[in-house]
Write a protein that binds this ligand. Structure first.
Ligand SMILES: [Cu+2]
Length: 151
């Protein structure tokens, strides 16, 4: 018993030593039709630290590349703009969602369907990298149906 307690105390300690200030919640990728050239990835990034963080790139196995995009609506036109970085303010959060920021997972080698998981490495300007597991889900139809097939 004593040994077990000691072990968990050590684990807690080492976890906090290396803990990142960035927390990623609700990571998912929208299932797309078989020939889709790109998949959209969504999540909430929270910055628990007292310094802003900049997400500068991402990558995933089975995809040519993963881009940072933001959908910008001008009049009736929605278009996706490549982002060189996404700033997460100190103590703030940024939501990646349909019609806003999203990950664009380009040219999948195979089809991913609901229930699959995709590991994406998020890279920050300070050199930090975190690997996040995205669950593939069927897209919910939300009036605003941004589809990415035109990439
Ligand atoms: Cu996009």
């Amino acid at each position: 018993m004593y040994r077990l307690l000691l072990l968990s105390a050590t684990l807690l300690f080492s976890t906090s030593l290396f803990a990142t200030d960035i927390v990623v919640k609700g990571a998912w990728v929208r299932e797309a039709p078989p020939m889709a050239k790109a998949l959209g990835g969504y999540m909430v990034l929270k910055n628990l630290g007292n310094k802003e963080r900049r997400l500068v790139s991402a990558g995933a196995r089975h995809f040519d590349e993963v881009m940072l995009h933001r959908t910008v609506i001008k009049g009736d036109m929605a278009r996706m703009v490549h982002q060189h970085e996404v700033v997460i303010p100190a103590g703030g959060r940024i939501e990646f969602k349909a019609g806003d920021y999203h990950l664009m997972l380009m040219r999948p080698e195979k089809r991913f369907v609901a229930g699959d998981q995709i590991e994406v490495t998020l890279k920050f300007k300070n050199g930090e990298e975190t690997v996040v597991v995205y669950k593939v889900l069927k897209g919910m139809s939300m009036g605003n149906n941004m589809n990415h097939n035109h990439h």
